[in-house]
Design a protein around this ligand. Structure first.
Ligand code: PGA
Length: 248
């Protein structure tokens, strides 16, 4: 079965009530390719606002969760709270959290397990630094990050993998189609060996890192690129063109 194309918008720590309402209004008014699964991830404070205004059929994601049930965990949000609010997805393991908040592979894996066990789908991010790429360690780094999850989570049907080379995030320096396809194919090969042939076939692998309406069309033609996780451009009206890039 063909994998459904997926476009996620990661707003990061951007936006306010007015701009998030405007972004949602723009998406709601657009004619979107209805074969594409669309998920937007505003900051936690605006999850309910986005869910309230976004048209049905489009989903909302948190940018993070905690790996424990409700309780004495100041500043965190739980899987149960997301579900209660109609939020069906979460991003996990974004490099900004791995690097700035020092989340390690095992913590990301434990949060992925909590989300999946609780019924929340996960956009699981992985990716190498420039230094690691130059040392030819890209595949090793990415598969080590994914293996930590595979050790704890056996069912990958609710996981979408996002390959996001750190050097391409927010830099305007997009990976070439060949660079992206090469890593995506390696991730799929890894899934086949370490998870299952079915998971390799069915799991969407997104590319993220300076995706725009200008480069999305070419990237989307690669056989192992099943969509995008878009940062900066998801805050702009051109996000709609990225969603529609397959038909462009
Ligand atoms: P960018 O961010 O599109 O702004 O490079 C992508 C991401 O971090 O998910």
């Amino acid at each position: 079965m063909a994998r459904q194309f997926f476009v996620g918008g990661n707003f990061k720590m951007n936006g306010n009530i007015k701009t998030i309402k405007d972004i949602v209004k723009n998406i709601n008014a657009a004619k979107l390719d209805d074969s594409v699964e669309v998920v937007i991830a505003p900051p936690t404070l605006y999850l309910l606002l986005a869910r309230e205004h976004l048209r049905p059929g489009l989903e909302v994601a948190a940018q993070n969760i905690f790996d424990k049930p409700n309780g004495a965990f100041t500043g965190e949000i739980s899987v149960e709270q997301l579900k209660d609010s109609g939020i069906t997805w979460t991003i996990l393991g974004h490099s900004e959290r791995r690097v700035i908040l020092q989340e390690d592979d095992s913590f990301v894996a434990s949060k992925t397990k909590a989300a999946i066990d609780g019924g929340i789908s996960v956009i699981l991010c992985c990716g190498e630094s420039l230094e690691q790429r130059e040392a030819n360690k890209t595949i090793e780094v990415v598969t080590t990050q994914l293996k930590a999850v595979a050790d704890k989570v056996k069912d990958w049907t609710k996981i979408v993998v996002a390959y996001e080379p750190i050097w391409a995030i927010g830099t305007g320096k997009v990976a070439t189609t060949e660079q992206a396809q090469e890593v995506h194919a390696a991730i799929r090969e890894w899934l086949k060996k370490e998870v299952s042939p079915e998971a390799a076939e069915a799991t969407r692998i997104l590319y993220g890192g300076s995706v725009t309406e200008k480069n999305s069309g070419e990237l989307s033609k690669q056989p192992d690129i099943d969509g995008f996780l878009v940062g900066g451009a998801s805050l702009k009206p051109a996000f709609v063109d990225i969603i529609n890039c397959k038909g462009a």
